[in-house]
Design a protein around this ligand. Structure first.
Ligand code: UDP
Ligand code: MG
Length: 184
């Protein structure tokens, strides 16, 4: 099983699509193990969109993403990252297939309703960026047995995201302050 991060972006919230988007993931068979409404912090977003910092639309993207709260969730399932990307569709909503979230609800390359992690490595980083360990809840769900055949049911194996200990976090912060030449 794998985990992935989904963000319902401000246009999804504004256009009253929260329920619709969550419904699609639920109906597919993905399990929600984290869910919250949050106005995103610009520093976290800068980390999140670091691959786009040289693009002309970068500032507009940050303004849009911080304009109103987003809904953030962590979804779990077999090959969850790829499955969710398929349900979401490509970045440019105008090119997205009918039946995908972007294909059905959006017209834009920017205001495209949802964010979904692109690969397993990024998913792990993104979950840690936006969720605290205690915000993710493991539980048994009755549909699990009906979703997968026996060879697919690896349940919670290889899931364990390595969270930093408080001491490691403290040491990292101290190191950053040191590098900036501040007091420690
Ligand atoms: N984006 C944009 N203009 C572009 C490409 C991307 O405004 O030409 C925004 C859009 O909201 C997109 C986000 O930047 O979802 C992240 O871009 P990425 O290429 O990672 O696309 P995604 O993984 O979201 O499909
Ligand atoms: Mg991306």
């Amino acid at each position: 099983m794998r985990r992935t991060l989904v963000i319902i972006k401000p246009d999804g919230v504004n256009r009253c699509l929260i329920g619709e988007v969550i419904k699609r993931f639920e109906q597919k068979g993905l399990k929600i193990i984290g869910l919250k409404l949050e106005r995103l912090n610009v520093y976290k977003l800068k980390d999140h969109y670091v691959h786009l910092e040289d693009k002309p639309f970068y500032q507009e993207l940050l303004n849009y993403m911080t304009s109103i709260p987003c809904v953030l969730m962590v979804l779990e399932g077999k090959e969850a990252v790829q499955v969710v990307r398929t349900l979401v569709g490509p970045t440019n909503s105008r090119k997205a297939d009918v039946g995908t979230i972007r294909g059905d609800y959006a017209m834009s390359i920017q205001t495209n309703i949802v964010h979904a992690s692109e690969n397993n490595e990024l998913a792990e980083k993104e979950i840690k960026r936006f969720f605290k360990k205690e915000e993710l809840i493991e539980y048994d769900k009755m549909n699990f047995g009906w979703l997968y055949c026996s060879s697919e049911k690896e349940k919670y194996s290889q899931l364990d995201i390595k969270w930093k200990s408080k001491q490691e976090e403290y040491a990292e912060k101290k190191e950053k302050i040191k590098q900036k030449g501040g007091k420690n």
